[in-house]
Design a protein around this ligand. Structure first.
Ligand SMILES: *Cc1c(COP(=O)(O)O)cnc(C)c1O
Length: 424
């Protein structure tokens, strides 16, 4: 164990970790699709640092943009002041997002973007004189972040937040969509959801979900028809639809936004993670014209939120550079190539005794196991294979940077198959 790991164990918290001696690896540097450890080992990155580093690490275009911005205007408060990087970023997001989204609230992280979305929905109904519409309808298997408002719409069981159930607002939950991505799904598949919308009609502010791909709550890919029917249902019932594209946004599913698979537009859209290409933390909540008008009409006539680091110019510059790279268009072919390589490379896992399911969509590959993995054993085993994979529960999954080459993809899928074959 390196000295740094010992110091870390004494003073530092990691995500969902305590003081126990779970495996921890010191990183020396990152470049392209490689993570170099302090002991000299080099790992092919299978996680894109949780969906974010889509162009690989230290992309020269993003680095140059951040350096230029650093020398001119790294950050300035956003209350009463504005700047070109923020304004232009909001314009570019609106140009690329599903139609009807008109205005952008910038924030620092995905969870906050979800908090903002929920607040917008509640203020929308308050402004309309319907303050009793303050509950949300969410899906089981969903994940929307770790802050209190976001936690309350995560899967109540797998959402990792059971501990706080007694202090969270009680929202309404429907089963996760049953039909897989690529399968068709009739309106009858939404019978339960329709009943819930009817039963809670007077008190529902919005439906919130992750379109097409449920991420950290189960890595489940569902039918695009479901989203189409849901959009129609929200329209009929007059409730808002919030799409959380924090994981799926910016090309991961093969479309720039996952909503495009269904040809629908939400009333409120959350993005984050890949927004800056994984360099700096930034998120955004986009709202429709109708939502914006309501927020500025009713009492208090302003939207009640304002983070200290709102509109951080360095993060905006990184986001511009990431959007430039996406605009260049290579990502569509890259993600299609990753999809093919993951589908064929992970297929051998299907026959393994420990494996319950293998599924691939766009740049995401999932091997669902029958039992939760033992991280103590499995994490070092992946590192031995020269790959960085971070499973949770029964899910071993990968979403590599779009720029990954064929040889590294093979190393990823071979390494996953090798480790999974030692399980169960
Ligand atoms: C990661 C994630 C969040 C939370 O984002 P943070 O930046 O970790 O706060 C919310 N929703 C979805 C779908 C996510 O994948």
């Amino acid at each position: 164990m390196t000295n740094l790991v010992e110091r870390d164990r004494r003073r530092v918290w990691h995500p969902y970790a305590g003081a126990e001696a779970s495996p921890l690896f010191e990183v020396e540097s990152v470049s392209g699709v490689k993570i170099r450890l302090a002991d000299g080992r080099e790992l092919v990155d299978g996680m894109s640092s949780w969906w974010s580093a889509i162009h690989g690490y230290r992309h020269p275009h993003i680095e140059a943009a951040v350096k230029r911005q650093l020398e001119r205007l790294p950050h300035v408060m956003f209350g009463g002041l504005t700047h070109e990087p923020a304004v232009r970023l909001c314009e570019r997001l609106v140009e690329r997002a599903p139609t009807g989204l008109e205005r952008v609230f910038l924030s620092d992280s995905g969870s906050v973007a979800v908090e903002v979305a929920i607040k917008m929905a509640l203020q929308f109904w308050q402004a309309r004189g319907r303050p009793e519409r303050r509950r949300l309808l969410a899906l089981r298997g969903g994940y929307h972040g770790d802050t209190f408002g976001a936690m309350a719409v995560c899967d109540p069981v797998t959402g990792m937040h059971g501990l706080f159930a007694s202090v969270l607002p009680a929202h309404v939950f429907a089963e996760r969509p049953a039909r897989r991505f690529g399968e068709s799904c009739g309106p009858a598949e939404l019978d339960e959801l329709t009943r819930l919308v009817d039963a809670h009609r007077g008190e529902l502010a919005a439906v919130i979900l992750e379109p097409i791909v449920q991420g950290a709550g189960g890595m489940w890919f569902y039918s695009a028809d479901y989203l189409r029917h849901l959009r129609a249902l929200c329209d009929d019932a007059g409730i808002l639809l919030i799409a959380d594209e924090i994981a799926t946004g910016f090309g991961r599913t093969g479309r720039l936004f996952a909503c495009e698979h269904a040809g629908i537009a939400p009333d409120i859209l959350c993005v984050g993670k890949a927004l800056t290409g994984g360099t700096l933390t930034l998120a955004a909540t986009l709202a429709s014209g109708e939502v914006c008008r309501a927020l500025s009409s009713g009492d208090p006539g302003v939207f009640m939120h304002g983070p200290t680091f709102m509109g951080n110019a360095l993060a905006c510059a990184a986001a511009h550079a990431s959007l430039d790279l996406l605009d260049a268009g290579a990502w569509t072919g890259q993600v299609a190539g990753i999809e093919r390589a993951l589908a064929s490379g992970l297929e051998p896992c299907r026959a393994l005794p420990a494996v319950a399911d293998v599924r691939v969509l766009g740049g995401i590959g999932v091997v669902e196991l029958r039992a939760p993995v033992d991280m103590e054993r499995v994490e070092p085993a992946f590192v031995e294979q020269g790959i960085w994979i971070r499973p949770f529960g029964r899910l071993v999954y990968t979403m590599p940077p779009y720029v990954i080459g064929e040889a590294d993809l093979t190393r990823l899928t071979d390494g996953i198959c090798a480790v999974v074959s030692t399980l169960g």
